[in-house]
Design a protein around this ligand. Structure first.
Ligand code: OGA
Ligand code: NI
Length: 343
């Protein structure tokens, strides 16, 4: 079994960046300066819920070109978003012994630590706390911090709010393609089966920030990811038309990323974007990714209504995409390419 690696936060204290974290020059162009800002408009959630045709068209265009939107007016007050950010910072600030009470054990996905033991090539400058929040009876509370005191209740409440937003959002996505509104909701809408994970990310500041990467380029294996970004420190970048773009910090927004399973279900209309997290030389950065993942028992595949002569079926039907995802990590290829049908 791969060794458990020291939290990145602890490495930083020695002041030296170990070689394993230095990115190969030609790999992901980390050292190539700052790419332009993504210029996609924000999406107004209140207009989606009232089915504004203009907003639905804007949504459809953004998800099929960027695969990433910044959602505003979603109803979660800024004070609650800031509370979530604050408790996340407080958790990572705890002494190591305290955090280690929640460490991942063995092959366990959940808990505190880093994912570098399963990486290929150079390592990620990232520590995480990974928790399953739905189905509720699958929660492994031994990994849920008791400190800060309100951590558990705040995460519970915040997850519930995200879930409500997701329901409306999935309906809007379907309507934006002239589908029946429950078509995508069926992908992720069964509270007893479908899964949600909360992934708290911590990216310590790094003196060699131009040579390391927080999270290497990847697509999410989810249906949808709802990302709460740091309210001050930028770091998320997405690829569009083979070029990198910075995703701006908008403190009151939730950043939504299309995941691979949504790209598959929409028969390639909505894009699961390649994205990465870069690190900052001066400031630590946090984020919270809510990962919405269909039950492994359900078959997913392109919807019949989205297959036609001009757009033949682009992906295979399958169950348990998570398995495909994990298996393909050693190849270095985007997992979604494995389920593509070549015409
Ligand atoms: C992720 C991710 C980006 C970020 O957790 O999958 O891409 O900005 N996070 O933290
Ligand atoms: Ni991601």
């Amino acid at each position: 079994m791969a060794p458990t690696l020291m939290p990145v936060q602890e490495i930083l204290q020695s002041g030296v960046v170990p070689k394993g974290y230095i990115q190969p020059e030609d790999d992901y162009q980390v050292g190539n300066g700052s790419p332009p800002l993504m210029d996609a408009p924000t999406i107004d959630f209140s207009l989606l819920s009232s089915s504004s045709p203009d907003e639905l068209a804007k949504l459809c265009s953004a998800l099929s070109s960027w695969g990433c939107v910044q959602l505003v007016n979603h109803g979660i007050p800024l004070s609650i978003l800031d509370e979530v950010r604050e408790m996340s910072k407080q958790f990572f600030k705890l002494p190591l012994e305290e955090k280690e009470k929640y460490s991942s054990k063995g092959e366990d996905l959940e808990g505190y630590g880093n994912t570098n033991a399963v990486q290929r090539g150079s390592l990620n400058w990232n520590d995480k706390l990974h928790l399953q929040v739905y189905p509720e009876d699958k929660r492994q509370l031994q990994f849920w911090p008791k400190n800060p005191e309100k951590f558990r209740t705040t995460l519970h409440d915040y997850s519930k709010m995200n879930r409500m937003i997701l329901g409306t959002f999935l309906k809007a996505m379907a309507r934006s393609l002239d589908l029946e509104e429950d078509r995508f909701l069926a992908l992720w809408g069964d509270e007893n089966e479908d899964m949600t994970f909360a992934r708290f990310n911590f990216y310590p500041r790094c003196p060699m920030s131009d040579q390391v990467v927080g999270l290497k380029p990847h697509g999410d294996g989810t249906a949808i990811t709802m990302l709460l970004q740091d309210n001050e420190v930028e770091g998320l970048q997405v690829v569009k038309d083979d070029r990198w773009f910075r995703v701006p910090v908008i403190p009151q927004a939730i950043t939504i990323l299309v995941g691979d399973q949504m790209e598959i279900t929409s028969n390639g209309i909505f894009k699961s974007p390649t994205h990465k997290a870069v690190v900052n030389p001066k400031y630590d950065r946090i984020s919270l990714a809510m990962l919405f993942i269909p039950s492994a028992d359900r078959e997913i595949g392109p919807l019949d209504e989205l297959i036609n002569e001009e757009r033949p079926q682009l992906y295979k039907r399958l169950k348990d995409y998570g398995q495909v995802y994990t298996q393909s990590i050693p190849s270095g290829e985007r997992p979604i390419s494995i389920v593509k049908i070549i015409h």
